[in-house]
Design a protein around this ligand. Structure first.
Ligand SMILES: Cc1cc2nc3c(=O)[nH]c(=O)nc-3n(C[C@H](O)[C@H](O)[C@H](O)COP(=O)(O)O)c2cc1C
Length: 301
């Protein structure tokens, strides 16, 4: 038997496999495809205080090695989320992480304050990093704002707090250290990489918002470098995200310093990727006589 348990600050996961926000709906959409209780942690689509329609189409472009999206955080809003989505999530026997964002600085605290009355929530993930929302970038690129928001949320909750970071900055560690100072229990990285595609027949950008967020296998090396940097510079755990589609991908991130990881774009073309990755991780540990998966974390010389 391999012990797959990992500890993300105060949050204990039965295995390091999580789903990435926005790529796994509210979990119910996947209930007939995978055994949701086998996944270590489920992160829900970003919820904001009020409903949002998201950006105008076209919002998704498939590219070699990944996809470009400018979804723009469409969601049902906090009250509808609690009423319509939480009852199913509360039936799960896995850790449920609610990803929140605000369109103003206070929006993050507003979400968390309301969710504190709701059962069945294991942790919060603060989405500082969506590049497709007005003002979203300032939360994620200004360390003072990121620290202020984290500290405001920290005062409201004892539940574990994960700050999700953007790679679209000069120094991701600077932002990581700021949220660590603000009281985050962990960071997750990366959100999407700013990108663009041009329709040469129409001579126009393919996305209505011109630029969007690039994700999928092509961003894995970028994510690995950011995760490695964060793991070296921060004292709180790092949750890796970016192009993870196989157990081998996940192993690279753990060896580079990630304590857990999230599967994103892969869910769209391989909806049972999470389960396959978990099994692959277990097989690797058995083959290499590793009794506890945490032995791998940061195993780089
Ligand atoms: C279609 C789509 C929607 C996304 N929506 C969200 C979201 O609502 N909140 C969030 O924090 N990240 C969102 N993300 C970012 C992912 O959670 C993840 O950080 C990113 O895609 C990189 O991982 P990947 O390469 O495995 O997809 C979204 C990504 C995609 C592709």
């Amino acid at each position: 038997m391999v012990d797959l348990c990992v500890q993300i600050g105060p949050l204990r996961l039965k295995n390091p496999v999580m789903t990435a926000s926005g790529t796994f709906g509210y979990a119910e959409e996947f209930k007939d495809i995978v055994d949701l209780n086998e996944i270590g942690g489920i992160v829900t689509k970003t919820v904001t205080p009020n409903p949002r329609p998201g950006n105008p189409p076209r919002r998704i472009v498939e590219l070699p090695g990944g996809m470009l999206n400018s979804i723009g955080l469409p969601n049902v809003g906090l009250e509808n989320f609690i009423r319509e989505k939480m009852p199913f999530l509360q039936t799960l026997r896995t850790e449920v992480v609610i990803n929140v964002a605000g369109t103003t600085e206070d929006g993050f605290a507003e979400c968390v304050s309301r969710l504190e009355d709701v059962d069945g929530i294991s942790a919060y993930e603060l989405n500082f990093s969506c590049p497709n929302v007005n003002h979203g970038t300032s939360y994620s690129t200004d360390p003072n704002i990121a620290e202020r928001i984290t500290a405001a949320v920290r005062r409201l909750t004892r539940r574990p707090l994960i700050a999700k970071l953007t790679p679209n900055v000069t120094s991701i560690s600077e932002i990581g250290l700021a949220v660590q100072n603000g009281g985050a229990d962990a960071v997750s990285a990366i959100n999407t990489v700013v990108g663009m595609a041009v329709d040469i027949a129409a001579r126009k950008p393919k996305l209505a918002t011109i630029t969007g967020g690039y994700s999928g296998p092509a961003v894995k090396p970028i994510a690995l470098a950011k995760v490695y940097e964060l793991a070296r510079n921060l004292s709180i755990p790092v949750i890796a995200i970016g192009g993870i589609a196989t157990a081998e991908d996940a192993l690279e991130f753990m060896i580079a310093g990630a304590t857990a990881f999230q599967v994103g774009t892969a869910n769209f073309y391989q909806p049972d990727a999470t389960i396959k990755i978990k099994k692959g991780l277990e097989s690797y540990c058995k083959e290499h006589n590793i009794s506890r998966v945490i032995e791998l974390v940061g195993a780089l010389p």
